[in-house]
Unconditional design. Structure first.
Length: 324
């Protein structure tokens, strides 16, 4: 059995969202790890405020908070029946992702668990905008759960790559270990793609192209062997695969074929030349997965948000509370 290193879990839930699978997933994990659970929902405030709040807006704000708190109390009662220590809080701020990220920082959470998309989201994609923003800015790993709950003995797939820094790959492997109950539920995947072969066909003959692809495959296999030597993968045993192809196709297909419960990926490089907070690979993969996604942060990652961000400031006007 893998040693526990999850002590506090933030569960982001919402009665109007399809969050039941996320709630059950958090319950399974908290039961196993004895973690404290911080149950939160959020009320999204407007960025621009009227000078004089009306009685109507005050009543709307109070009603929204009371409704969300009542639902949190209901969920908390289910957790307490299992002997789990629970705290509840309704967050307030103009940006839900910032409120969640800042609270995760100030509460020293080891993991955030959230549904992938809210019931009122306007996007047709699997992940809503708030989820995508959390991938970019949340300081700790975030587990996104859709319709399928993460079981107590989940099968975990860690996706590492030679182009990742050691800080990224190690964070992915560490996060996978924390989530798995037993070593034999841990799997790893190294996916490589020789993209130049797509346009080399215009310039070289078939024989030379075949030789070029073989050389590329040989080099990637050497890199694969180096990765296995570089990281401690003893608890992954022989469950470490190498596959050639486009990651946005290979990773979802591999996860589905092997009935994976959670795919683990890193959000972005620490020193991306364009300063991106979400890498192109994960951005192209997330909507194609048929299982939960755990997004890690490279060791040393610092959120661009501050716990004192205006997003967490208390305000007195309210015009809506849509969570996507």
């Amino acid at each position: 059995m893998i040693a526990n290193s999850i002590h506090k879990i933030m569960l982001v839930t919402n009665e109007a969202a399809d969050a039941r699978a996320a709630e059950r997933s958090a319950l399974h994990l908290a039961n196993r790890t004895d973690a404290v659970v911080l149950l939160v929902d959020s009320v999204r405030m407007p960025l621009s405020l009227p000078r004089v709040p009306s009685i109507t807006t005050e009543l709307m704000l109070e009603a929204a908070i009371d409704s969300k708190q009542a639902y949190l109390n209901t969920v908390a009662a289910r957790f307490r029946k299992h002997g789990i220590e629970v705290e509840t809080e309704v967050l307030r701020g103009p940006r839900t992702s910032e409120s969640i990220s800042n609270r995760a920082t100030t509460s020293n959470c080891d993991l955030v668990i959230r549904y992938a998309k809210g019931g009122q989201s306007r996007t047709q994609r699997r992940f809503g905008q708030t989820a995508r923003n959390l991938i970019r800015v949340c300081p700790c790993p975030v587990l996104f759960v859709d319709q399928r709950e993460v079981p107590a003995e989940a099968k975990i797939l860690a996706c590492i790559h030679a182009e990742h820094s050691s800080l990224e790959n190690q964070a992915i492997l560490d996060a996978a270990r924390r989530l798995a109950k037993f070593d034999d539920r841990l799997h790893a995947l190294y996916c490589w793609d020789f993209s130049p072969s797509l346009y080399l066909t215009q310039y070289i003959d078939e024989g030379l192209l075949e030789q070029t692809n073989e050389d590329a495959e040989s080099q990637c296999e050497q890199i694969f062997d180096t990765l296995q030597e570089k990281y401690d993968l003893s608890d992954f045993s022989n469950r470490f695969a190498i596959e050639m192809g486009d990651p946005q196709k290979v990773i979802p297909a591999h996860a589905k074929e092997h009935d994976v419960d959670v795919v683990v990926m890193s959000n972005a490089a620490l020193n991306h030349p364009l300063g991106r907070l979400m890498g192109s690979t994960i951005e192209s993969v997330i909507d194609k997965l048929h299982c939960a996604l755990l997004v890690t942060k490279p060791h040393g990652f610092e959120s661009p948000l501050s716990p004192t961000s205006p997003a967490t400031a208390s305000v007195t006007s309210f015009t809506g509370c849509v969570n996507d």
